[in-house]
Ligand binder design. Structure first.
Ligand code: NAD
Length: 499
């Protein structure tokens, strides 16, 4: 176990990269400043303290915005290569401190080591892709009405971008907005979830600080809804990117609209995982188990509904149940397990209530449905039907609801019988059938012969329906998200007018 995050009184400061002595009780407003109050960070698996970060006050936003404004202009005028070099440097800092980052993600989120490794790697890739964005052309030369004048359209930074991120994948879901926004010349104010401010805030601040980003270009405010709303409403913040629940996303969208701000919303999901009757059932159940149980199901793209054709439903459920039953549950930092803790008591109670009410409404509990402390067992619910909570609600727990479909057409109908549209998958041995079905799933991400979870820096990531508002993150789409067009004309001689 590392000492790095032991925030208890007896902790001896170390010289490690994320050493609690560097950030305890402080806030990163372009530099580390003392805070008036603190937020305690605890390991969900054990309740052990990981330290206390500084807490922001909503009224801090005014001065943080002023710092960001003062820094942004100078940053945006640095050459593309200078900005790109800084991002490559930040990526190497993350790579050099990979082990510490992985440990903090496991401890702060309760996620598995493999998930934390992926999160760090993908965050490094986000930094490198953001550097690579800067080799792309920044605009177009337009046809000119006046041969003596040059007419061009160029992409300019928005100014200050506010980023609000969730706790489940705290480093990556912050980084996928923070890195491209800054690389493209903006300043950023990040608000991580108050349950994960170390991986979701401190780690980014440390990397950018060490990479030499000018003070004020990146800032972190810590707090919950009040600080989040203050960020959305702050004068001078031109855009908000929000990743989180659909309920809070609606509120953020409303406030952003009222304040005439651009807003990118990446929200919840209830993603369909369709198993056709010609699928390799062993492979399908393995993928389905991964899609529903990875990170205890606390993933926006989790396979939220297993829609299985009647002909193979019994056999599929048998295999899935067998797999779910043997998944070891426990503390992923100290034990080798497949299922860690749920993030908090409220979420645990919610998952349990959804399972119990779904069973009371007539679904069959095949395995799981119980917990010890924060550790909820992998659960399979069979014969789930419309109107049951597990059919309609995003669960965010290790629960696989199985819904029986009569045929391919019925499976597609059920897949789209949701307000969400984040991801979808179809399992079949026929590529033709797979394409036929996948094309009709209304979702931003669709996979044939895979499960529903997947995100990389180079793909356009985003959801349809209540899973978002049409924004897409990733690679070239980041130019659309984090800059705006400016039309410019240039002539060597003044234009003469009749007045
Ligand atoms: P949440 O909506 O409760 O919180 C997300 C963030 O919003 C946190 O930083 C929180 O402090 C902040 N917040 C809360 N109230 C706010 C307000 N009124 N104004 C401004 N900010 C506010 O979500 P969560 O429970 O942390 O995360 C789980 C949800 O996020 C799930 O629904 C999941 O599907 C979704 N999610 C979506 C994606 C995606 O890319 N589409 C990725 C991960 C998670």
């Amino acid at each position: 176990m590392t000492q790095v995050l032991t925030g208890d009184a007896g902790h001896k400061p170390t010289s490690s990269w994320l050493d609690v002595a560097r950030w305890r009780g402080k806030l990163f407003y372009g530099e580390w400043v003392p805070a008036r109050s603190t937020i305690a960070v605890r390991e969900p698996a054990t309740g052990e303290s990981l330290g206390e970060v500084g807490e922001s006050q909503p009224e801090d936003l005014k001065s943080v915005v002023a710092r960001a404004q003062a820094a942004q202009g100078g940053w945006a005028t640095k050459s593309a290569e200078e900005r790109a070099a800084l991002f490559r440097h930040a990526a190497s800092i993350f790579a050099a401190n990979r082990k510490e980052l992985i440990d903090v993600i496991i401890r702060e989120t309760g996620g598995l080591r493999g998930k934390a490794e992926m999160e760090v790697q993908n965050s490094i890739e986000e930094l490198l892709h953001s550097a690579a964005l800067l080799v792309h052309p920044e605009g177009h030369i337009l046809p000119s009405r006046d041969p003596g004048r040059l007419s061009l359209a160029r992409r300019v930074p928005l100014g200050i971008v506010g980023v609000i991120a969730p706790w489940n994948v705290p480093l990556l879901l912050a980084m996928r907005s923070v890195a491209p926004a800054i690389a493209l010349g903006n300043a950023v104010i990040l608000k991580p979830d108050p349950q994960t401010p170390i991986a979701g805030g401190v780690a980014l601040a440390r990397a950018f600080e060490e990479a030499g980003l000018p003070s004020g270009v990146f800032n972190v405010v810590n707090g919950g809804a009040a600080v989040g709303e203050a960020l959305v409403e702050a004068k001078g913040v031109r855009m908000i990117t929000f990743t989180g629940s659909t309920a809070v996303g609606r509120r953020v969208g409303e406030l952003a609209g009222k304040n005439l701000k651009r807003v990118a919303l990446e929200l919840g999901g209830k993603s369909p995982f369709i198993v056709l009757d010609d699928a390799d059932l062993e492979a399908a159940a393995s993928a389905g188990a991964w899609g529903s149980y990875l990170h205890q199901g606390q993933v926006c793209m989790a396979s939220g509904r297993h829609i299985v054709l009647r002909k193979v439903a019994a056999e599929y459920v048998d295999i899935l149940t067998r797999k779910a039953t043997v998944l070891p549950v426990g503390d992923p930092f100290r034990q080798n397990v497949a299922i860690g803790p749920l993030i908090n008591a409220k979420q645990l109670a919610r998952v349990d209530r959804i399972v119990k009410e779904t069973v009371a409404a007539g679904a069959r509990l095949m395995t799981g449905g119980t917990h010890e402390g924060p550790f909820y067992r992998a659960t399979v619910l069979h014969e789930v039907r419309p109107g049951m909570p597990a059919y309609d609600l995003e669960i965010f727990g290790p629960v696989a609801p199985v819904i029986v479909a009569e045929d391919e057409e019925d499976a597609i109908r059920i897949a789209n019988d949701t307000e969400y549209g984040l991801s979808g998958a179809v399992q079949t041995s026929s590529l033709e059938r797979g394409l036929r079905v996948a094309r009709r799933i209304r979702a931003g991400l669709v996979h044939i012969n895979d499960q529903t979870i997947g995100d990389y820096a180079e793909i356009p990531f985003g959801g349809m329906g209540a899973s978002g508002n049409g924004s897409r993150f990733g690679s070239l789409t980041n130019w659309e998200e984090f800059t705006e067009w400016q039309w410019m004309t240039v002539g060597g001689q003044p234009v003469r007018y009749p007045f």
